[in-house]
Design a protein around this ligand. Sequence first.
Ligand code: NZQ
Ligand code: ZN
Length: 393
Amino acid sequence: MLNFEFSAPTKLVFGRDTHKQIGERLKPYAKKVLLHYGGQSIKKSGLYDQVVASLKASGVSFVELGGVVPNPRVSLVREGVAICRKENVDLILAVGGGSVIDSAKTIAIGHYYDGDVWDFFTGKAVPTKALPVATILTLPAAGSEVSDSSVISDDANQQKLSCGGECMSPIISVMNPELFMTLPKNQIANGVADMMSHIFERYFTNTLQTDVTDGLCETLLKTIMKNALIVIDDPKNYDAWCEVGFAGSLAHNNLVGLGREQDWACHMMEHELSAIYDIAHGAGLAILTPNWMKYVYKTNIGMFVQFATNVMGVEGSFRTPDAIVLEGIARLSEFFNKMGLPATLRDVGIDEKNLDLMAKKSTGVAYGQTESPLGGLKPLAWQDVKEIMKLSL
Ligand code: NZQ
Ligand code: ZN
């Protein structure tokens, strides 16, 4: 096990009706908040009215900025920064999924920065100070409600980049699993693929002696798969949503990645797909992950045998480790298929055209930089990335 430090600075408030207390919860921190949200979903469900009622009842005033889109744009972030400065906002309340929360976190760091907020994503600036952010989660997926990072897109340059810093962790995140009951099936499936990937990125490692976090990862993965199959058919099932939602946050507050080298190649590859094709993050991960596994498993076959047996339940007459691993990967693909997720890049409208470009962007080569191979388990050069993308066509 490697050395580590851990803190989980976000207070997680979990359970039925918890969002209705948001005004009282924010009152100690803010006189005025920016209420930040996406499209119509929170208005259709009645959540918007409940949040506004709670803020008003507690005497917390607010200005609002809606319109965050999936793969959130830096242009709206810039608008948000201007509003917070003009209106003397004390805190940003994000009501939505990962995109809204990421947009809020980025407005929060932009608030105290003199230059352009995109500098945080290109590495020109490092986030050290931010307005406090609170969240009401409506989609368990990205884990942004407990993470210290954000992922933002710049359409103009077809880039989707991330940045992070301790100051970006939300101070409070409210999770009422009842709010997930309005999600359409494709968003449920995308969210499940994303939270599973957050575990895979940490689980598949060359670090030895990691029993605690191996076990946590395996339990979370099994819990997510079992309960995801319930909510995809019965989206009103509160108990199953509790399991999926809680597991989604534990998947990405880094608890399960402690003391082990992490991978993250699939995430880096996926961001290139979303940057050009604007596809859902979870869908891209569901397509790439089984192919990444097939491409890299021989580097550490023991890790993948463990996954196949402990997580995917492979047992019986498989005479070689390769056969066990391939059966485990096949079962994962079958699970994604049951969730209605796409299996190939062509399923989401992506062909060969930009594979070279995306592979070179992901490793920095496209920008004339020294190549940074992707992934901890088996470092991938741009040609490897291209091969995995080709396997995914
Ligand atoms: O815009 P509205 O109308 O609200 O609709 C949203 C949106 O279209 C809808 N939705 C959300 N909650 C709903 C609902 N519809 C009905 N009922 C509800 N309760 O779902 C759509 C997708 O929302 P989005 O926020 O884009 O999805 P998600 O939570 O999957 O977030 C994806 C983003 O998070 C980033 C991804 O890259 C992607 O941009 N990530 C952020 C991370 C982080 N900050 O730590 C880590 C992740 O790896 C990920 O990269
Ligand atoms: Zn993700």
